[in-house]
Design a protein around this ligand. Structure first.
Ligand code: ADP
Ligand code: MG
Length: 715
């Protein structure tokens, strides 16, 4: 459909004079926020599909797809003054341009000479032979890029080009936005489309109340959205970033406070503490609970006894034993003849929770069910979705575990009293309402326990989540073997590979994590494929190797993990997608390439993927970056006590305001804000306290919030 439409409008398109590889709209048409990208420009089906992968379908999506950094090409240099190794923009006339084949087979070189009144410089582009059709002798152009020194002379290598025209520039001679991309999309394409979308920014009503804008010294939303993409200068860019971070944090916290207001005015089923049975249960465990586990369990059980809904966050890094604690709450709830639900972000996590919990409750006599797209079980026996639904309605099943999405669909409980959500940072008002509707008793809402492995320092968690109740497990189970962490010198790479060989020979499995190669590889396909090929062909041809990256569909990702778990392969090469927790107890080595490209807390999460069983496990950090700062940072992984300490160190060492998006640690809760934006987070907390209780006075904001809540619901 979109294709047909664009062809129709295509008659009014013309190849852009600037030579950009996209065509532009010459007809006056009304741009709406909901206008499809395919309509503003002749975007073909494949490009549309690629954009969709980034979540971009409409003009509004483009506007809210922020760049993650900006190249400063704003200063225009005289050709005579450019220096080797610097990044410059020059403005000049093309004197000549021609293609030739490079001595290296099948490579094209396009060579040009460009001059301004101060001099001239040679330009080389690789593999873009079509350029001679776009750039002609006599054309006035801007070129932005790096200056290289080639034995005798200076030259510009692969600069970004743009013809000089009467309008403002998009790709050169300014602060140029750089976006996260997926395969086969270019910065130029997305910049061009975004520029087309810019007039629609005016259609967005500022949702922040005027007094908040004034009080917190913010710029208006329309300017912020325009400037984040095409900033006039560094100063206004900083203001735009501040405003959009503010919005993100503010809206997040506002949702939380709204949910809290609702919770505070609701009642819940009090769950009696079955003291004797709980003691027996704990004594029968194959291990001794840590003090932190005991404390957290006690806080949760105390909450459950009240007629007010629990609203507690249980934080503890991977392997700290949150599931057992949650199971104690589930156990007491079941003893009180009430039902519990546990929701996990992925099928495989749901299935692991299911295994752990049904094992722990094996002697209890309670029915535990798993409901996910690919698997339905009752007490480890295959069941149908219908059976599970009907047992939930009669109350025969006391505990159900599944993914966030599935549990929200068509099931009804007899008396749901406890909901546990794993790694869902935005579980809010709407989801709770839904649970209330399904709970079997609309007068009460279920107690809510959220669990997360993201190490958020206490003070920050309290500010961000609005004084919620918090239990933190810092202490790790004692008998676990410490993972041996080593920073591997590049010259010792072979030795590390030999070590891996021995590990595999003794039956173990290996994780290899690689960083994204460049921003255009947002989903990590390129990074992982290259590493995979290298390991398979050159290093470990004798082993079975699998790969995992962000481009795989969720079901395929799960399949790769399940196969790895079943030991179908020896090595799993992955992007950071393995960060969020699947247990592969047999894996004993975590090898991290380009370790300096990750946050410390994130590296720590990766490391947590090994050492889950009794094998001595290892984490190898490889880096080609010899800087002192890198050494200090990585050394912290060896010396720091836990993920919380690392999260704090991350903030100190990295400092707020550095590149976000690519190396952000922990779960991506935010698009532009960071957990390190301490000051802003406390400011937005104040703002939320002012606005939250009087939301009805701010219709635009209220509308925005309900729209967001709906979106979360759809996720
Ligand atoms: P988390 O959910 O916090 O990542 P889990 O609850 O899955 O951690 O626990 C990880 C593993 O540690 C499980 O195999 C669990 O049985 C075990 N475990 C939990 N608590 C203890 C403890 N106190 N001592 C020893 N092992 C424990
Ligand atoms: Mg867990």
């Amino acid at each position: 459909m979109a294709g047909g439409k664009s062809r129709e409008i295509g008659d009014h398109f013309k190849l852009r004079p600037s030579g950009c590889q996209v065509t532009t709209l010459k007809v006056k048409m009304k741009l709406e926020l909901s206008t499809l990208v395919a309509v503003i420009s002749r975007v073909g089906k494949t490009t549309a599909a690629r954009l969709k992968k980034l979540g971009i379908e409409t003009v509004s999506d483009l506007i809210f797809y922020y760049p993650f950094r900006w190249e400063d090409f704003s200063k225009i240099f005289d050709i005579a003054e450019i220096q080797p190794a610097s990044i410059v923009t020059v403005k000049g006339k093309i004197q000549l341009i021609k293609n030739r084949r490079s001595p290296v087979k099948r490579k094209f070189l396009t060579e040009a000479l460009i001059s301004d009144k101060t001099g001239s410089v040679k330009v080389i582009w690789f593999n873009q032979p079509f350029l001679i059709e776009i750039l002609k002798p006599g054309d006035q152009v801007y070129l932005s890029g790096k200056v290289d020194f080639d034995r005798y002379t200076l030259q510009l290598i692969n600069p970004v080009y743009e013809k000089v025209s009467s309008g403002t520039t998009t790709h050169t001679a300014r602060l140029v936005p750089i976006y996260s991309l997926t395969e086969n999309l270019t910065q130029k394409q997305i910049r061009f489309l975004t520029k087309q979308a810019m007039p629609a920014v005016e259609l967005i009503k500022d949702w922040l109340p005027a007094e908040i804008i004034k009080e917190f010294d913010l710029i208006d939303l329309n300017s912020a959205l325009a400037q984040i993409h095409f900033p006039a200068n560094q100063k206004i860019l900083a203001e735009a970033i501040k405003r959009l971070k503010f919005d993100e944090l503010f809206l997040f916290q506002l949702q939380i406070i709204l949910s809290k207001i609702e919770i505070d005015s609701s009642s819940a089923e009090p769950i009696k503490f079955a003291e004797e049975k709980t003691k027996k249960f704990v004594e029968a465990l194959p291990f001794k609970l840590t003090n932190d586990q005991r404390k957290a369990a006690w806080q949760i059980i105390s909450d459950l006894q009240r007629p007010r809904p629990m609203n507690r966050l249980l934080e503890g890094e991977v392997g700290s034993g949150k599931t057992v604690v949650a199971t104690l709450a589930i156990f007491n709830t079941a003893l009180a003849e009430k039902q519990s639900v546990l929701m996990a972000p992925t099928e495989i996590l749901a299935s692991q929770h299911y295994k752990t919990i049904s094992n722990l409750l094996a002697q209890s006599g309670f029915k535990v069910a798993l409901l996910s797209r690919s698997q339905q079980l009752i007490n480890n026996q295959a069941a149908t979705k219908r059976e599970i639904s009907s047992y939930l309605e009669t109350g025969e099943i006391k505990i159900i575990i599944g993914t966030h999405a599935l549990i929200q669909e068509g099931i009804q409980f007899k008396n749901l009293a406890l909901a546990i959500v794993d790694e869902q940072h935005r579980f809010g008002v709407e989801q709770r309402k839904l649970l209330r509707e399904k709970s079997g008793d609309p007068k009460t809402i279920p107690h809510l326990l959220s669990m997360t492995a993201t190490p958020i320092p206490r003070s920050l968690a309290l500010t961000l989540y609005g004084d919620l109740d918090l239990s933190i497990i810092r202490e790790m189970p004692k008998e676990r073997k410490k993972i041996i962490t080593e920073i591997v010198d590049p010259v010792k790479r072979q030795q590390t590979y030999n070590f891996i060989r021995e590990q595999i020979a003794s039956g173990r499995q290996i994780f290899v994590v690689c960083p994204l190669i460049d921003p255009s590889d947002r989903l990590g396909v390129k990074a992982v494929t290259e590493e995979y090929e290298k390991l398979k062909k050159e290093i470990f041809p004798e082993f079975k190797i699998a790969m995992l990256h962000g481009k795989l569909k969720p079901a395929d990702k799960e399949k790769v993990m399940i196969d790895f778990l079943a030991k179908q392969s020896d090595i799993l090469v992955s992007t950071s997608v393995i960060e969020v927790g699947v247990d592969v107890p047999n894996a004993s080595v975590m090898l991290i390439e380009g370790a300096d490209r990750f946050g410390l807390a994130q590296l720590h999460q990766f490391r947590g993927r090994v050492g889950r069983a009794n094998h001595q496990s290892y984490c190898f950090l490889l880096t080609e970056n010899p800087s002192q700062r890198t050494k200090i940072r990585l050394q912290a992984l060896i010396s720091a006590k836990d993920g919380f300490e690392l999260a704090e160190l991350d903030l100190q060492l990295r400092g707020p305001g550095e590149v976000y998006g690519i190396i952000q640690s922990g779960l991506p809760i935010f698009k532009i804000a960071q957990l390190s934006d301490y000051d802003l987070i406390s400011q937005t907390k104040k703002a939320v306290e002012i606005v939250g209780p009087n939301l009805n006075e701010y219709p635009i904001l209220k509308n925005k919030i309900s729209q967001m809540i709906k979106e979360v619901h759809l996720e």
